[in-house]
Design a protein around this ligand. Sequence first.
Ligand code: FPP
Length: 242
Amino acid sequence: MKWLQRKEKVSPLDGLTIPAHIGIIMDGNGRWARKRGLPRKAGHSAGAKTFMDICKYCNRIGVQYLTVYAFSTENWKRPQKEVDALMDLFKRYLGDASQYKDENVKTRIIGDRTPLDGEINALIDNLEAESKDCTGLTLNIAVNYGGRDEIVHAARALVRQGLSPEQIDEQSLERCLYTAGQPDPDIILRPSGEKRLSNFMIWQAAYSEFIFMDVLWPDFTPAHIDEAIREYNHRNRRFGGV
Ligand code: FPP
């Protein structure tokens, strides 16, 4: 009886709702490096590889939006050597537009680009233009991003548009956020054992499910995404209702 011998391949996500938008605070690179006696920048390099693997995996399983926290408005306070290493990594990963295009990933940078150097800004322009027609995952990479800064930026835009106080509401403000037109994240995931939002998507996270995991970001694998999706499917989202 052939059918009894055949092992059906069951996907770990069969029957589960795939979240439309996942936000990830990629944390733990420094601790990962320290545990191995390596410089912090080695942790960031390993974290960048994980970022690419997770981005491809989320695209493959049908996540529509993925937002990753790559550099916060506060991260400039780190030693210059580390900031430089991170900027070099961004250049490497933003410079290869074909990597995203081949995967059909539409890539956008969210955050205040003003203090980023001319080379990075040119790479971002090119990457966004090259991938703008991709129809798979939309990837938001948050660089020099802060949730409070984003809200201030939106408030200024509303003033510039000349809106009266009565015209300002949640919808008009939302239209001025970096994530305008995108659904709010269903899940905000933070590895590394820390349980904070750290100024990440503070407006958009109003009804997100928070999932904290005890794994350092460079050790994070697609199986952790599966685990988070299973957990998400057990949560009872009420959005303020009963
Ligand atoms: C937080 O870990 C991580 C960062 C501030 C940088 C995140 C950057 C990457 C994952 C690599 C580059 C990304 C792209 C998009 C190419 P931490 O250094 O604060 O870790 P620690 O808390 O263990 O010290």
